[in-house]
Write a protein that binds this ligand. Sequence first.
Ligand SMILES: C[S@@+](CC[C@H](N)C(=O)[O-])C[C@H]1O[C@@H](n2cnc3c(N)ncnc32)[C@H](O)[C@@H]1O
Length: 251
Amino acid sequence: MDDVDLDAKVAQRAAGRPLEHVLGWAELCGVRVEVDDGVFVPRRRSELLVREAARLVGEATSGAPVVLDLGCGSGALGVVVATLVAASGGTVELHAAEIDPASVACARRNVRRIGGTVHEGDLFAALPTSMLGRVDVLVANAPYVPSGEVQFMPPEARDFEPLVALDGGSDGVDVQRRVIAGARPWLAPGGHLLVETSERQASLTRAAFVAAGFTAHLVIDDDLGACVVVGRASVADPDASPRRPDGADAP
Ligand SMILES: C[S@@+](CC[C@H](N)C(=O)[O-])C[C@H]1O[C@@H](n2cnc3c(N)ncnc32)[C@H](O)[C@@H]1O
């Protein structure tokens, strides 16, 4: 980087542009992912979610467990899970899905680099039906800021990240509820769903898991300021068998 480039980047940062957008990358668990302008910057607290997910991938019985990162933004969470699993000698079949076109383009570069696939669309509607009943570990860091609180977020988020990545509806849990309510047909028997939330909203998030028939528990890391609800689809639960989202049996 020459002095002119450096001066330009310092000026952008001084003007409030997130460091990760200035540099074009972010780091999570020591793994670097590209982050384009207008794409959600992965947060350090999500290291709790990815570490828990990588641990649960290790418990999966299938040869190459299927990991799905729903609302993937840059694709960071799935990429880091796959990288952590690979570091301990394992492998995953990685899928990610996202509704925002700029994020999809960014995620495709990050996820394809490690052999994964990015699907574009609204939550589960983005996915091929061939994935029904096959997902061993589903991770979601869906937007969870209550609509009325977005205006109080730091300008770095408000001005440089898309509203669709931040706004979680009136109590912040609307998108999470959709993820949790729609997850079970996609999960393999005994599969896990992990949803990042805040301590303040954890009881709402957990209630959504219980309403959807999961056994669920909360994992908290005070150092990271992180909170994740982990749910497990019952192995014997007939509702967990492959079905189309409209209720019809899958082919
Ligand atoms: C809080 S950001 C998290 C991004 C990424 N998972 C991460 O942690 O870096 C939420 C992401 O969910 C995406 N999203 C919001 N609503 C969605 C929907 N209905 N379908 C798919 N993706 C959605 C947003 O575009 C955004 O990229």
